[in-house]
Ligand binder design. Sequence first.
Ligand SMILES: [Zn+2]
Length: 288
Amino acid sequence: MSQPVLLCYHAVSSSWPASVAISESALESQLAFFRRRGYVGLTFAEAERARLEGTLPNRCLVVTFDDGFVSTLRAGPILADLGFPATVFVVTHFTETGEPLCWPGIEEWLAGEHADEMVPLSWSQLGELRDRGWEVASHTVSHTYLPGLSDADLRSELRLSRMTIEERLGACETVAYPYGRADERVAAAAAEVGYLAGCAFTPLYGIDERYRRCRIGLTARDRGWRLRAKVSPGTFAWRRSRVGTRVDRMRLRYRERRYGTYFRDQSTRLASALEPEPRSADAENPPP
Ligand SMILES: [Zn+2]
């Protein structure tokens, strides 16, 4: 069966010089590349269902946005013009409270001229995206490094975020793991709490399975030959080969040596975020 191409973006901004942001023009040019080649756009859940039913289109594109930055809205008209839907993975603690998005890796942007970029999408904005054919899915409750959590906290992160999105918007079928990381225990927990599928990230570690789908992260530099190379079937095949897998494992070990303590330390910040606060059914987002 053919493999869908899963793209991973975060914020959409021409003025924010952060690694998580891509400009509207770069986004438009990358997605137009797929449109010209006849790719059919599906949400992540639609693509997973099509895989299960054996009805996946030959050339299938899944566009995903992690984190729920309010600037994701800027992608709406671009995707609509090209006829592609998208999936946005939101961190429910921030969507519920309206607090600026904040976790290791983006904290430096909380103050200063780009602080507005950290505003999360609201439920009403997410409802509008859903009504335009987007999928709204989980990026957990608090954006923590899931492999570092206890079994109970891991299940809470996955289950409570899913329940919250279901209550607010009627459905939550899939999950993207913060930092793209999910070991076997995390993947099993996602299946256990009822998700249809889960998204990891590159590097692939040789794994591409229903609860750990790999995605390609594109930046503004990915144009022309670089974009073609990054999304080509040959690149996928190489990364799943024995050598490609070995290289990815070396990268993973390096990253975990470098960031392991950093991620584990963050896990302890979760206790309060995981305590669901009582709220009335019709409560709106408080202002950020
Ligand atoms: Zn994220």
